[in-house]
Design a protein around this ligand. Structure first.
Ligand SMILES: NC(=O)c1ccc[n+]([C@@H]2O[C@H](COP(=O)([O-])OP(=O)(O)OC[C@H]3O[C@@H](n4cnc5c(N)ncnc54)[C@H](O)[C@@H]3O)[C@@H](O)[C@H]2O)c1
Length: 386
């Protein structure tokens, strides 16, 4: 069996997403399975070099995942011509500068979302990659989630009839992190709640909702968004109290090409009483579906109950019973599947439409969402030209 090495500079891998989803669940897993198979049977084998600021953390991470190379010297890593891909999962505000450095060094680039904190920066990054003729991509992991794959299959089978609306409920309670209380420690990094560090749920989540809607239900044409900062004080990783000035909830409505209306509630200040941390309900003329991250339940027109409003008697219908689970199937990790597609693309096999331009579209929707909140009005989403 022929093997071909592909050198990947992995930046930001000591963080939550970098360590768990990108290193452990994707690159280390691809190495364990013997690489990515190309058309002629050659196995494309990732050879990562971990890059960051903390040598101790990098060394521990490298050892844990059987990775031989790590460094705190980003410049030297970028100068190594035998590593052709640069990946970034570090903090958002640094991303455009870092990626531009990598592009200038001739690397193909792949990164977490959001690609930037403003549309202007995101477009400038896309143009730099296009001009340098490097291959580029952005993480759009939700598209590979089993629950969303099942929705896509239902839509393609015509199960919904004409799709009318999509309701997204995302979120859970993120603890404030007060070390002097008995509450659990905060489960998300503190920068998420500070505007100056690229925090805010609108920037974070509207990027996701853009590609989910564009790809599954119709291009997003207009947005109305109301953000909120419900919890104004939190405690950081060092137990220091800080002003949480970024939005921690967003109530956003979208108009899609084709007439579908989508509404997404995103919140880090909500307690979960639904099937999953993200649920998407799709209602169509012929049937409805509710998908979580992995599962998906459907109700056809024929199975639709006929409720009658009467608060004087206990509800006679068990509304949760009238849904059928769709077949489970077997699905690989969403991040890993997208990594495999990107690596094949870099090796010259297969397109990769989840580009920096797509990443810019996500930032565009987030920026318009913030603007809509500030101006208290609906805003059109102009087409971004390649
Ligand atoms: N695709 C998704 O579903 C998803 C989910 C969560 C986060 N993200 C994105 O992933 C990125 C990282 O988020 P996270 O939750 O892992 O954050 P995190 O705080 O856990 O990790 C941040 C990483 O950036 C590094 N870093 C911070 N400041 C730096 C600096 N000045 N120089 C170099 N490195 C620096 C940290 O050392 C760490 O490795 C963000 O852009 C975030 O929006 C994506």
């Amino acid at each position: 069996m022929k093997q071909k090495r592909i050198g990947i500079i992995m930046h930001g891998v000591t963080g939550r997403m970098g360590a768990n989803q990108h290193l452990a669940r994707s690159i280390a897993e691809i190495r364990r399975q013997g690489g990515v198979e190309l058309r002629d049977g050659t196995r494309l084998m990732p050879d990562p070099v971990l890059v960051g600021r903390d040598a101790g953390k990098l060394e521990r991470l490298a050892r844990a995942h059987g990775v031989e190379r790590w460094t705190t010297d980003l410049d030297a890593a970028l100068q190594n011509a035998s590593d052709s891909v640069f990946f970034d999962a570090a903090t958002t505000p640094l991303r455009p500068t870092l990626l531009k450095r990598a592009i200038a060094a001739g690397k193909h680039v792949y990164c977490e979302k959001p690609v930037a904190t403003s549309l202007a920066e995101a477009m400038s990054l896309y143009r730099a990659a296009k001009k340098a003729r490097v291959r580029h991509g952005v993480v759009q992991d939700k598209l590979w989630l089993p629950g969303l794959q099942k929705l896509k299959a239902l839509r393609e089978q015509g199960f919904f009839g004409r799709i009318l609306s999509v309701r997204g409920e995302f979120g859970y309670w993120v603890f404030e992190g007060d070390p002097h209380s008995s509450q659990p420690a905060a489960q998300r990094p503190s920068w998420n709640y500070r505007s100056k560090d690229g925090g805010g749920i609108i920037l974070d989540m509207l990027c996701h909702w853009r590609y989910v809607l564009d790809n599954l239900f119709g291009k997003v044409r207009a947005v109305s968004c109301r953000g909120a900062t419900h919890i104004p004080w939190r405690w950081d990783e060092n137990g220091r109290r800080y002003r949480a000035d970024a939005d921690d909830a967003a109530y956003a409505t979208f108009e899609l090409a084709g007439g579908v209306i989508a509404h997404f509630n995103s919140s880090w200040c909500v307690r979960v009483r639904r099937d999953d941390l993200l649920t998407l309900q799709v209602d169509g003329t012929k049937g409805s579906a509710v998908a979580g991250l992995r599962d998906c339940r459907i109700q056809s027109y024929g199975d639709t109950p006929k409720p009658v409003w009467n608060p004087d008697v206990p509800q006679p219908i068990d509304f949760f019973a009238g849904w059928q689970e769709t077949p489970q199937g077997s699905y690989d990790n969403a991040f890993k599947l997208q990594w495999e597609a990107f690596l094949r693309h870099v090796a010259g096999e297969g397109g990769f439409r989840w580009s920096l331009l797509e990443g810019a579209r996500g930032v565009q929707l987030a920026e318009l969402g913030l603007q809509s909140w500030k101006q208290r009005r609906w805003l059109k989403v102009p087409e971004l030209k390649a």
